[in-house]
Design a protein around this ligand. Sequence first.
Ligand SMILES: [Ca+2]
Ligand SMILES: [Ca+2]
Ligand SMILES: [Ca+2]
Length: 700
Amino acid sequence: MKRLHRVFSLVDFAPLAVFALVVASALTALSVSSQVPTNTADQAQGNGQAIGLVVKFSDSVDSGKVASAFANRENILLGDAVGQNAVAFKFKTSFTEIQAKSLADALKAEPNVAGVYIDHFIAAARFVAPANGIHWAGPKSTVLRSASAPLSMALVDMWNSATPTNPIAKLSWKPPTNLFGAKILGYRIDSYEPAGKTWSTVVDNTQSATTTFIFNQGLTAGVPLRLRVAAITYVGSTAKVGSYGSSVVIVPTSVPQSPVFANGSTVTSIAPSITWIAQSPAQKGGLPVTYTATASASGQSTVTCTTTNIRCKFAGLSPNVTYSVTLTATNAHGYASALSVVGVQDVYYSKQWYLGSNYGVNAQAAWSITQGNPSTVVAVIDTGITNHPDLKDNVITGYDMISDPANAGDGNGRDADPTDVGDYTPGNSSSWHGTHVAGIIAAEANSIGIIGVAPKVSIEPIRVLGKTGGSESDIAAAINWAIGLKVGTLPINQNPAKVINLSIGSNSYQDCTSYSPTQLAITAAVKANVTMLTAAGNNNNYAAASYPGNCYGNITVGASNYSGDRAYYSNFGYLTKKDGYVGVDISAPGGDDQDSVIPNGGTVPAGGEIYSTLNDGKTVQGNPTYGAEEGTSMASPVAAGVVALMYSVKPNLTDDQVWQILKTTATPFANGTECASLSGYCGIGIVNAGAAVAAVVALR
Ligand SMILES: [Ca+2]
Ligand SMILES: [Ca+2]
Ligand SMILES: [Ca+2]
């Protein structure tokens, strides 16, 4: 994590586990799963078992030769090179974590040894989402007799054009007639929650005898706001809440939000209509909305159509011309920024809500500047890659870094072919996880399938996760190879990465920095100004306990949803006294099947999940396909794609500049959400491609 000073020792975590962070799997192209995830072994999950050591030798020795001698003497088996003069060793018999640390400490004192790290294996396990209820309790109070109810309640809409997207309401009342000898300390205001048919306190105590209260945050336009008020009176040092007056209700308003297209993005004289997703009352700003679509093409006159519906047909388009369309939603307060859809032809673009909706990454704005550059290389350290027509021109030579032939499943240890041979286990289909991740970053801009966040950058697949998971030493070797360092006798990577995506996580052990071979590699990557994005983990728990997100120097990405809040499974920040919430640096859309219904306005495309490239093989590779999945595994590559766009504009950006820009351009979480109210809990905000790329342009 980028901002974290070490917090691991502060928290005591149960040895649960996760790896490769997909929550739900829907492996077929067209039947998108919107059911609650079955949580079956989505991918590798960590058991945290110490399997060996990684020893970094001093630069002045022949590390291969010294390692051989070392292995004989210490009764440990020599494994593969990790890079940076580090070599993996395997324990001949099983070691506990404590025994491994003890041996590591002893070996640190040996001549020629510069560092010793513990290697862990990450094995398959299941994801179980724990319950996470948050409850607010008001203070208790006592007094002999409570005041009577306040009178003459009134609630009015106070929207004003200075803050057009923000609904504001003013509540006023008259004081109670009977105070029973007490004095007014303040007022308590409750709001009605229709879901549970209950009242909940929104202002515990106004601490004032003033009989008006302005609500200028936390309101949602279009969602009825019903309030009631009671006086809080006190005698001596005791206080009591009085009777509630009758309630009042209004529907707060604002300008509308941007509409989202529901189908392909261009119109022609043959197909002259355009459809968009029905907006909820909140998205309409709580007011009636009119939509105006404008079709334009160079050398042609502009054609518009207007409707209050979700579909509009253009009349009088020129034959054989492809038009670009801009759609604007207007209500009595104003209009939403128009959304242009120039050029996107990919047929499943309409499923990719995370690119263009209100809490998506604003990809269109970035694409007006760049769709990426093929010389910008994104290493996807994952399960490998499959053949896919929507990826083929963007995938460059990678490597298969899995040392253990049995786990690799391709008949050998490390080799130059990172083809994903599947991670099928009885009862679980192969995940093709690396293919899904690669498509999110760089699926091609063409007329088929989906479009990646950075559809013109290059994907460098490096395979580290096999049949049953992967080892830390192989992950470290993959990072070292990705950034162009020598890894034993392997050929040097001719296309070093600028961005590395690690959609991997395990909360089975906490310590990264002092004993992890991965930290050794991440530190080298950051030094080389390579930006590393890691998943925050899917445990609905502290991200600071999820490896390798809890290493230092990487950007740890939490998963957000369509509504602009935390996806229910995403790990979150840990509250420290010094730094506030730490552990998640930033969020990006990762999908949330429990946030798939737009209130009173239809459903979120792809069941609220992230639609990307897949393969339909249950065991071995079958045919290329597409499917919806969710997880911080999906959020991290969304962010990686944005970073790749940034480097495409300015390849000599420093890693620190990348982080500063991501931080200052992030979209705030939706008003009233957990992520918005607990600052830093889900990171700084949601990655905004358009704003980030514009900020890079401004640097030049
Ligand atoms: Ca192999
Ligand atoms: Ca291979
Ligand atoms: Ca495509």
